[in-house]
Design a protein around this ligand. Structure first.
Ligand code: P6P
Length: 345
C-alpha cells in the first residue's frame, strides 16, 4: 500500500513508468498505446482538479443541456467529456472516439493524423451524484481499429466484443483519485499524490479476494426483477441455504461500487427491469461500462456476465447498447447465471 514518498523502503513507481514497463509484454508495441494511457492519466488529473471543487458555484449545477441518453448534462460531465476529447483528438494515436455524451462516433477530423486505436469512454459516470459529493468515475475502453488505415474510421471500428479490448480502465474521483487499468497483464491501481501531481503505484496486481464481503444492487427495484434474479438475491441474503454474512453496500455510482468489490470481494449487479420499457436490458452500457469493467474483473480473477453469457463475448450491435450486468467474484457471478438458467428459461 502506498504510504508516501518519504518512506525510503517504498519503491516509487509512477503510472508513466509502469505503463512503459508494461510495454515490454507487447513485443509489437510501438509506444502508441503507452502514450494513449499517459494521456488518459493526464485527463484524470485535469478532471480531478475540478471534481475536488465541484461544490463551488462555477461547476455545480446543471448545464441546461440534455445528452443523447435524455439525461440532464451536468457541467462537470461536459468538462470531463471535452477534456478527454481535446487531449486525444490531435495526437495521431486514435482513428475515432465514442462517448456516452455523444450519439455518434467521433471520427478524428481530417486536419489531424488518424491513428490505429479507438477510444470509447464514459467521461463521468455517476454524475447525478455530484451534488451530494458521492465518488464518480471515468471509464474507458481501447480497441485497435479494424478498418484499414488511411480511410476514415467507422462505427464497426467501435462495435467490437470485449475479448478484443487492448486496454481498459477507470479513474475514480473519491476520497482520493485513483486510476486502475489493465492491458491484459493484470490489474494495477495508482493513487494520485496531489502534492507532486503524479499517479503513484499503490495497488499492484489487484486480485479480487476469494471470500466476498459485499453485494451491491438497488433493492428498490427488486419487485421488477425476474424470478431467477429474485432467487439469487435471496441466496445472497442467506435464505434457503444461501451464503451467510454478506453486507449490502450500494452507493449508486458504478465505479465506486465496482472498485470496492474489486478490492474487498463481492458482486455488483444491475439486472434487467421488467417494469420499465426503457430498461428491458438494464441501465448500464455495454461498450464503455460493462465491457471494460468485465475485462478488469477477469484480469483480477473475477468475471462479468449479462446473466447468461460472459460480457466479453457479446458482439455489440449499437454504440449505446445496454446490457444487464453481474460482475465481481466469479463464483457469485456463476451462481447468478445458474439461478437465471434454472428459473428464467
Ligand atoms: P440506479 C449512475 O447514474 C449509474 O449510471 C451508475 O453509475 C450506477 O451504478 C447506476 O446508474 C445507479 O442506477 O437506478 O440504481 O440509481
Amino acid at each position: 500500500m502506498y504510504t508516501g514518498i518519504d518512506q525510503d523502503h517504498v519503491k516509487v513507481m509512477t503510472i508513466e513508468r509502469h505503463i512503459l514497463e508494461q510495454e515490454r509484454f507487447h513485443p509489437e508495441a510501438t509506444g502508441v498505446l503507452t502514450s494513449l494511457l499517459y494521456d488518459l492519466a493526464l485527463a484524470g488529473k485535469i478532471i480531478a482538479s475540478k471534481t475536488t471543487r465541484a461544490g463551488l458555484a462555477e461547476i455545480l449545477g446543471r448545464a441546461e443541456e440534455v445528452n443523447v441518453q435524455g439525461e440532464q448534462v451536468m457541467k462537470l460531465d461536459k468538462f470531463a467529456d471535452r477534456t478527454i476529447y481535446r487531449l486525444n483528438d490531435h495526437t495521431g494515436r486514435l482513428a475515432a472516439m465514442a462517448s456516452e455524451e455523444h450519439a455518434d462516433v467521433l471520427v478524428i477530423p481530417d486536419r489531424y493524423p488518424s491513428g490505429k486505436y479507438v477510444l470509447l469512454y464514459d467521461p463521468l459516470d455517476g454524475s447525478s451524484n455530484i451534488d451530494c459529493n458521492v465518488p464518480i468515475g471515468t471509464i474507458f475502453s481501447i480497441f485497435r481499429r479494424k478498418s484499414p488505415g488511411g480511410e476514415p474510421a467507422s462505427l464497426e471500428d467501435c462495435l467490437q466484443p470485449g475479448r478484443d479490448l487492448v486496454a481498459a480502465g477507470y479513474i475514480l474521483y473519491g476520497t482520493s483519485t485513483m486510476m486502475v487499468y489493465t492491458t491484459g497483464q493484470g490489474v494495477h491501481g495508482f493513487t494520485l499524490d496531489p502534492s507532486v501531481g503524479e499517479f503513484l503505484l499503490s495497488h499492484p496486481n489487484i486480485r479480487i479476494p476469494e471470500k466476498p464481503k459485499y453485494f451491491s444492487v438497488n433493492l428498490g427495484y427488486q419487485i421488477y426483477w425476474s424470478k431467477g434474479v429474485q432467487c439469487f438475491t435471496d441466496y445472497l441474503q442467506g435464505k434457503d441455504d444461501g451464503i451467510q454474512g454478506l453486507s449490502l453496500r450500494y452507493i449508486g455510482s458504478l465505479v465506486a461500487d465496482f472498485h470496492r468489490n474489486l478490492l474487498s470481494g463481492g458482486i455488483f449487479y444491475y439486472p434487467a427491469d421488467t417494469r420499465d420499457p426503457k430498461k428491458p436490458h438494464g441501465k448500464l452500457r455495454l461498450l464503455y461500462e460493462c465491457a471494460p469493467l468485465s475485462f478488469i474483473a477477469e484480469q483480477a480473477g473475477g468475471k462479468g456476465s449479462d446473466g447468461r453469457q460472459n460480457i466479453l463475448d457479446i458482439q455489440p450491435e449499437s454504440l449505446h447498447q445496454r446490457c444487464p450486468l453481474f460482475i465481481g467474484n466469479k463464483d457469485l457471478v456463476e451462481k447468478a447465471e445458474e439461478m437465471i438458467q434454472r428459473y428464467d428459461p
